[in-house]
Design a protein around this ligand. Structure first.
Ligand SMILES: C=C(O[C@@H]1C=C(C(=O)O)C=C[C@H]1O)C(=O)O
Length: 101
């Protein structure tokens, strides 16, 4: 690959990254909308829903010619971070509720 071609391909990656991060921000905002409705740890962890999302993502990867492991491990990391964020929010809310009684 010559230098010019490399530069073009990297610009393509930069363009795609801008889209991915914008979509991640949009998706995270929806998770935050749901987060305020959750009142306990089980609903935050939503094990069945997480499994559903992971299955869906693995299938979508295959349909798009992507190695499923790339999508699956990306989503495992994403959902771990989002679950931790929701747990932290839930615990902070529970603490502030306790301080009111
Ligand atoms: C957003 C939710 O909560 C969490 C985040 C999920 C996600 O990022 O898709 C899925 C399950 C939950 O851990 C949900 O219950 O749908």
């Amino acid at each position: 690959m010559n230098q010019e071609n490399l530069t073009i391909q990297r610009e393509e990656i930069d363009r795609i990254d801008r889209k991915i991060v914008a979509l991640l921000a949009e998706r995270t905002q929806v998770v935050k909308n749901i987060m305020v409705l959750k009142t306990n740890e089980d609903s935050v962890r939503s094990i069945d829903r997480v499994q559903q999302v992971m299955d869906k993502v693995a299938k979508l990867a295959e349909e798009n010619g992507l190695e499923p492991q790339i999508a699956v491990s990306t989503y495992e990391t994403l959902i771990t971070v989002l679950t931790d964020m929701q747990l932290e929010y839930l615990h902070l809310r529970q603490q502030s509720d306790e301080s009111l009684v």
